[in-house]
Design a protein around this ligand. Structure first.
Ligand SMILES: [Zn+2]
Length: 377
């Protein structure tokens, strides 16, 4: 067995200063009907547990810790418009603002967003400079819904988009990003929708558009535009798709697309809100499923990118299980032979047959409509 490679984790505790408050679920409001309000799902506790499980869990000997940093405002212009960044800065100076549904820029939030962006850029730079093959940006607030000109779904700055653009600016010709957060990575897709240098693939719940902040539908017909046509692949999965459904989608849709695209950098955008117990998701992945996904993505990185892989944290809102699923994902990405940590609560529904049929239909769609995926080419 080859020597196990360390994972370079980038983290900065100032990201905990983003206080999203309490309310009825993620509304931030209290209509007065309930005795007990809960923390906004995107809170610091979820991330504190991710940090602690990597520090104290059985994976800890394989982790190398690195200090994150702030992004400079000028670095943000590689993905976002100056007008939009200015809007966020003004909101911060004014003492905070509700930017869109469930997305609150409070005192401390802007600094946390700058830290998330800068920390993700540092993680990517670490790989580009050849200091390590696998880096993980442990960041919040999340980023994959943030579009070039607007915030969305708890996200202000698109951490993945900024890191991908950095890789392109550094001379990488083709980047593949695979987003397994339970929600559509619409912001990243939008940022590279007209590019054939970035293949954006998103596996998500079939949730559709959720209003003006999220106009993209996440459906099969959003294929990209212009030279980018065919380079956005959406995989909307039925609720309850589970470990087998995700593995099948990887095998039938993700792996062939990445193989034909031949990227020289792979980014895994990971959200544990596709787990079986997440308050925001219905996809029923367990630790085994995350471990397998980690292994599959690492295989792709080994085949195409000399083992170089950037993993970026997005959603994942169950305070304990999200941390366990993160541990499992990183175990998979490290190719560890046996699980290091057993699943404390896995429940496995037997309702995946429908998912497998849906994936077969999607495969037909993509091999018919996407030029570079056409069969026998
Ligand atoms: Zn999500």
């Amino acid at each position: 067995m080859a020597e196990v490679e360390k994972i370079h984790v980038f983290w900065e505790e100032g990201m905990l200063k983003h206080d999203t408050g309490r309310g009825v679920f993620d509304t931030g409001s209290d209509p007065g009907f309930l005795d007990v309000l809960e923390k906004h799902p995107e809170n610091g506790d979820r991330i504190r547990n991710m940090v602690s499980i990597l520090k104290r869990g059985p994976i800890s000997p394989f982790i190398s810790w690195h200090q994150g940093r702030h992004a400079s405002v000028s670095e943000l212009y590689s993905f976002h418009s100056p007008e939009y960044i200015n809007e966020l800065e003004e909101a911060d100076k004014a003492g905070g603002k509700t930017i869109c549904c469930g997305t609150f820029l409070n005192p401390g939030s802007w600094e946390a967003a700058l830290l998330a962006a800068g920390t993700t850029l540092s993680a990517m730079k670490h790989i580009l400079d050849g200091h390590g093959n696998i880096a993980y940006a442990l960041v919040r607030p999340p980023g994959h819904h943030a579009q070039p000109t607007q915030a969305d779904g708890y996200c202000f700055l698109n951490n993945a988009g900024l890191a991908i653009q950095l890789a392109l600016d550094f001379g990488r010709a083709k980047v593949a990003v695979i987003d397994i957060d339970v929600h559509y990575g619409n912001g990243t897709a939008e940022g590279f929708y007209r590019s054939n240098e970035v293949l954006t693939i998103s596996l998500h719940m079939n949730h559709g558009s959720w209003g003006p902040s999220h106009p993209q539908s996440g459906t099969l017909d959003e294929l990209g535009e212009g030279v980018g046509f065919g380079y956005n692949i959406n995989i909307p999965l039925p609720n309850g798709s589970g470990d087998r459904g995700y593995e099948y989608a990887m095998k039938e849709l993700v792996i062939p697309a990445v193989q034909k695209f031949e990227p020289d950098m792979i980014v895994l955008v990971v959200g544990q809100d596709s787990s079986a117990f997440d308050p925001n998701g219905r996809q029923c992945l367990t630790m085994d499923g995350y471990r397998e996904i980690g292994r599959i993505i690492r295989n792709l990185a080994n085949t195409h990118c000399n083992g170089q892989l950037l993993i970026i944290q997005e959603g994942g809102y169950h305070i304990t299980y999200a941390a366990y699923c993160l541990h499992a994902t990183l175990e998979g990405a490290m190719y560890l032979q046996n699980p290091l940590l057993s699943d404390p609560i896995a429940y496995y529904p037997e309702d995946e047959a429908f998912t497998l049929k849906v994936i077969d239909q999607m495969k037909k769609h993509y091999t018919k409509n996407v030029p570079f995926l056409k069969e026998n080419t």
